[in-house]
Write a protein that binds this ligand. Structure first.
Ligand SMILES: Cc1cc2nc3c(=O)[nH]c(=O)nc-3n(C[C@H](O)[C@H](O)[C@H](O)COP(=O)(O)OP(=O)(O)OC[C@H]3O[C@@H](n4cnc5c(N)ncnc54)[C@H](O)[C@@H]3O)c2cc1C
Length: 411
């Protein structure tokens, strides 16, 4: 009987265990928590957005992103969906975002754990792996409960995101001990902390916007969606998706366009027409109905014009300044809300140091799956998606499915 240890009973570890266990492969799933999938329970605001139908690779990020097309193949994508159907998950699909029809993340967690138990996976809960190393061609797994020997080891410990769920970055330490390189780990899908004396004045506003991100003055990317303006900076899905660019050593600025469906010249004509239609009304009146009240007050203050002034009383340069402030509101990014608040981490075990079956190129029979690897995705089900895909890839290799080297994953 081959013995496999999986460290981490999260999304990737559960999926891997289910696909690895067989009459000839014994699987022990270690987790420091007293139950499996603690992080799954908090995903998608408790509803678990477990997949996205648009698996375009542009939604995934890695320092070795050129390798992703051989891992995230159409075949493995189909297998994830077929698997969830096979365990009884009925999807509720909104704009390509998959949720369980129950709208409860616990459904996904429970069905995965039940399947693993039914197949005979051995759970070692409240068992923290403190150290692991290779001795005489076997892996020694040292826990608070003693030590055990295994033929194969899968590191599925997640990242450092949201450490209260159990992922505290231990997998990086284990990987480094085995000689692996860790691409610097930083918070991603996270709120951005910005400068600005106005923050307390706009706190609580939600607005549709296009947010452009600049690194040292150079345009990087932009996202459109609802932005939440807060007393520390900005939040919302489009901010989360931009946050994966933020590293500690560069200067970042955002330009927020609060009228995202118009270009600047249309806004100029629109404002002049509005001025004709409304007559000489105060700027507060003029802008209300277009922008949230708290936000327009902040904008007027920043431009330095009284809210009693009228649009036509402003000099043309002040009119232009006002329009620019609405279309390109500048904020300096000071940092992120950090590991406690982020949903995932960018960085992790270097992808070029594992094979297409996610086996270490340095240590045979050592595998990495899920977020511990240097792969992260946008909001929308991509991170659980990668955890599930990588879990299936390694699980099937461990079970001995000869067809599942990733070259055959491509059909
Ligand atoms: C608030 C929040 C919302 C999210 N929403 C979504 C969403 O809707 N859709 C989406 O796709 N993604 C979402 N994510 C991201 C997604 O949850 C993760 O990417 C995914 O769970 C990673 O799976 P994993 O198996 O790699 O790691 P994890 O799920 O983090 O599991 C790792 C496990 O390893 C255990 N462990 C760690 N170290 C040890 C050790 N030394 N000994 C024993 N056990 C150990 C931990 O206790 C943990 O249970 C969200 C994340 C958060 C925090």
């Amino acid at each position: 009987m081959r013995k496999v240890a999986i460290i981490g009973a999260g999304a990737s570890g559960l999926m891997c265990a289910i696909h690895a266990v067989s009459s000839t492969v014994q699987v022990v799933l270690f987790d420091k928590n007293s139950f499996s999938g603690k992080k799954i329970l908090v995903t998608g605001n408790g509803r678990c957005n477990y997949w996205n139908s648009n698996q375009d690779l542009k939604f995934y990020h890695s320092s070795d992103s050129y390798l992703l097309s051989d891992i995230i193949t159409p075949r493995i994508q189909k297998e994830v969906l077929a698997f969830f159907e096979s365990i009884g998950v009925v999807p509720n699909i909104r704009d390509g975002y998959y949720y369980p029809y129950s709208n409860q993340a616990s459904s996904i967690r429970d069905l995965l754990e039940n399947k693993a138990k039914e197949l005979g996976v051995i759970f070692a809960f409240q068992t923290e792996v403190l150290d692991t190393f290779k001795e005489n061609n076997q892996f020694v797994v040292c826990t608070n409960d003693g030590r055990e020997y295994f033929d194969d080891l899968v590191i599925a410990t997640g990242s450092k995101a949201s450490p209260k769920t159990g992922s505290t970055g231990d997998g990086y330490t284990f990987a480094e001990k085995f000689g692996h390189t860790i691409v610097p780990v930083r918070p991603s899908l996270v709120q951005l902390v910005t400068d600005g004396k106005f923050l307390k004045d706009w706190a609580g506003v939600r607005s549709q916007a296009t947010v452009s991100l600049y690194e040292d003055g150079k345009f990087l990317d932009q996202e459109t969606g609802e932005v939440q303006l807060t007393d520390y900076g900005v939040s919302g899905i489009c901010i989360f998706n931009l946050s994966h660019y933020i590293s500690f050593d560069k200067k970042y600025t955002l330009k927020i366009c609060f009228l995202p469906f118009l270009d600047k010249s249309s806004v100029i004509s629109f404002f002049h027409k509005r001025n004709e239609d409304l007559g000489d009304v105060s700027l507060t009146y003029f802008l209300e109905g277009i922008l949230p009240f708290k936000l327009l007050q902040v904008i007027l203050k920043r431009v330095g014009v009284s809210h009693h002034a009228t649009f036509s009383s402003l000099s043309s340069s002040k009119q232009e300044e006002l329009i620019s402030m609405i279309m390109e509101f500048p904020v300096t990014v000071l940092g992120t809300k950090g590991f406690d608040s982020c949903q995932v981490c960018s960085g992790g075990v270097c992808l070029s140091e594992v094979s297409l079956t996610l086996e270490s190129k340095l240590v045979p029979h050592l595998y990495f799956i899920g977020e511990v690897l240097d792969v992260d995705g946008n909001c929308g089900g991509y991170n659980l998606g990668f955890a599930f895909m990588s879990g299936i890839i390694v699980g099937k290799v461990l079970r001995g499915d000869k067809n599942d080297s990733n070259s055959s994953n491509k059909d």
